[in-house]
Design a protein around this ligand. Sequence first.
Ligand SMILES: [Zn+2]
Length: 210
Amino acid sequence: MLPGRLRVLVQLLARLPGVGEKTAQRYALYLASEGAALATDLGSELSSLRDRVRPCARCGNLAEVSPDAQPAAAETICSICADGRRDPTLLCVVFRVQDLLAVERSGAMRGRYFVLGRLLSPLDGVGPDELPTGRLVERIRTDSVTEVILATPPSVDGEATALLLAQELTPLGVRLSRIASGVPHGGDLEFSDQITLGRAISGRRHVEPR
Ligand SMILES: [Zn+2]
């Protein structure tokens, strides 16, 4: 029923995470009718996205390419890696850029990051060789990192990845820690699942009387 071009647009939009066929159709119809100005803006942003935004060469976070950079020029560095006030000896290892942003929002991280991009997942064909362990080790050496926080998600794959990285990084003599995970703030113990609560108990901290 839809014109061919619009069907193509629906198919493209439906490939975005979290967008189903129906939502894609709603977006396409809007862009083709009252959202025409938005369609033009989106089009120009999207067509230059790959040239303007790239993964940071040091950490994998997304970074804006400076407008006057030569195409084959020096590596693209993100704002966190370029920030001299950050502690270069403290490195937080995360799975995805979304996780980096979440840790950043907490305001608790004064060091820098390393984005893995994938987790160990034998069932999906991701083995130890597919992890960027070599680049991580190189980063630790180059920046003289002394402490690494393994902030992979508290899932089966996230835990397996943290365990593997801990084994690989131990010989480097860095201080290794795993993020504590436990009961969510404002959460009720009664409704915590047993893995979460078990981890909250085993990751308990000593309480100092004031
Ligand atoms: Zn960076």
